[in-house]
Ligand binder design. Structure first.
Ligand code: GLU
Length: 482
């Protein structure tokens, strides 16, 4: 038996911004293709015209580019392939596997209401399944545009093998005569999906769990057309930490939000790969090549995966720390420009930026945090609550400490971290202050914050002039409180 050539597709509907779950599906398909030397196809399923969202296609494409998920074929747009779907729908009618339905939306609504009242499962009542030629002519003469429905077998079972779950059995009696072609001329998901998978010679369909209930319909369509179905694998759901389906309630769900928040694509890649797949149940950090090399359907879990934001933040921090300083600076720069006040960001001096960056590289969990972490390096005037200066000291003590410090610092010729430490550490003793209290005071004075990168290095980068100015302004603040 010859090996089947792996051809997989990512088939998003542009009905919103790509959810992390969608992109996880894209990633698994891409990994499967790359591991097997196969083909990855991008297909945009834009047949639901009412639910289309402007900009969604661009967001999908941007997300794939960002993660480095390149496609070998496409993007195909289903909206450009309507003639093909019509042809297949007519073929199904000819085969007596589908029929025209003229029921009005009002009639369908009242059928549904009646079913609800009787507590029956909702579904089309097959009113048009057996219309005669003359009944159809009569509807046509009234100008009613029909839909095409599938003639679902009334009895029996539809069985297929899921590569992850094994045999899946559906009773045909639970499936209704679903629509294939809508009255607006567009196919439904079911029709367009199987037609494309067939003609694009898709070998494996890896898609989210939520599509499992569509699969028996697809299998029936393949059978009716005499086409061989692809192999199916339904990927485990992604849950929030509370074990309910991942949703907005759990925070950002669209991949573009993570992109904009400054997560690194390589961290996101690694993180998403572990949402349902694992190398050995313990290895967390893996680069792209390692994941491609080891990716297999056998290692995909049947259980839902939990989206753990803390783990993502941790992983992103690890990836940030592993960048060279130059690379970190290059990637952080756009975030810095966006995040700093505009009067500062337009004047960024690259050599100064490159001296600031090493001080925060190991503290940033995302590139988006960089502006907030470093703002005090760039602004002219610090804004902070003067109370921070006198949290551990009386205003008089803080004032005299700052005065003494200023005198010494003004005389300091070499403004580097080492010299600063050599001067200031003994000064704490002289002032009879605990170093933590004294350095805390200086930290607030020069950064406006109680938590910042190491004090002496920070002072070195800020420079003598700026530090003295800030210490004087802190002194003025405490003098007002004295
Ligand atoms: N258009 C569907 C989606 O948005 C495709 C599902 C499938 O892969 O068959 O996810």
């Amino acid at each position: 038996m010859s090996e089947v050539k792996v051809r997989v597709r990512f088939a998003p509907s542009p009905t919103g911004y790509p959810h992390v779950g969608n992109i996880r599906t894209a990633l698994f398909n891409w990994l499967f293709a790359r591991h097997n030397g196969g083909v990855f196809i991008l297909r945009i399923e834009d047949t639901d015209r009412e639910r289309m969202v402007e900009g969604a296609v661009e967001a999908i494409v941007d997300s794939l580019h960002w993660l480095g998920l390149d496609w070998d074929e496409g993007p195909h747009f289903q909206s450009q392939r309507l003639a093909l779907y019509h042809e297949v729908a007519q073929e199904l009618v000819k085969l007596d596997a589908a029929y025209y339905c003229y029921c009005s939306p009002e009639r369908l609504r009242s059928v549904r209401e009646e079913q609800m009242k009787r507590k029956q499962p909702p579904g089309y009542d097959r009113h048009c399944r057996n219309l005669t030629r003359s009944q159809r002519d009569e509807f046509e003469s009234r100008g009613i545009v029909p839909v095409v429905r599938f003639k679902t077998p009334l009895e029996g079972q539809t069985i297929f093998q899921d590569l992850l779950r094994g045999e899946v059995v559906f009773q045909n009696s639970t499936l209704d005569d679903f629509v294939l072609l809508k009255s607006d001329g567009y196919p439904t998901y079911h029709l367009a999906n199987i037609v494309d998978d067939h003609f694009m010679e898709v070998s494996h369909v890896l898609r989210a769990d939520e599509w499992l209930s569509s699969t028996p319909r697809h299998v029936l369509l393949y059978q009716a057309l005499g086409w061989e179905p692809p192999k199916f694998a339904h990927l485990p759901m992604i849950l929030g930490p509370d074990r309910s389906k991942l949703s907005k309630r759990h925070g950002a769900t669209s991949i573009t939000e993570y992109m904009e928040a400054g997560y690194l694509p390589e961290a996101m890649f690694n993180f998403l790969a572990l949402l349902g797949w694992s190398l050995d149940d313990k290895t967390e950090l893996m680069d792209k090549d390692t994941i491609i090399k080891h990716f297999s359907l056998e290692r995909i879990s049947k259980n839902p995966a939990v989206f753990n934001r803390e783990k993502l933040d941790w992983m992103n921090g690890v990836y940030i720390r592993s960048l060279s300083l130059a690379e970190f600076t290059r990637r952080a720069l756009p975030f810095l420009k966006k995040g700093l006040p505009s009067e500062v960001s337009s004047l960024l001096d690259e050599s100064y930026v490159s001296r600031v960056m090493p001080l925060i590289q190991d503290r940033a969990r995302t590139l988006g945090e960089v502006a907030q972490l470093t703002e005090f390096f760039f602004v002219e005037e610090l804004e902070y609550d003067s109370k921070l200066l006198v949290e551990k000291l009386s205003p008089a003590q803080a004032g005299s400490s700052l005065r003494v410090t200023l005198v010494h610092l003004e005389e300091l010729a070499a403004w580097d971290a080492q010299s600063l430490e050599k001067l200031l550490r003994p000064l704490a003793e002289e002032l009879r202050l605990k170093t933590s209290v004294y350095f805390g005071l200086l930290r607030v004075a020069v950064t406006g914050r109680t938590a910042a990168p190491p004090l002496f290095q920070t002072m070195e980068v800020l420079g003598k002039e700026r530090c003295l100015r800030r210490l004087k302004s802190a002194l003025a603040r405490v003098s007002r409180a004295e």
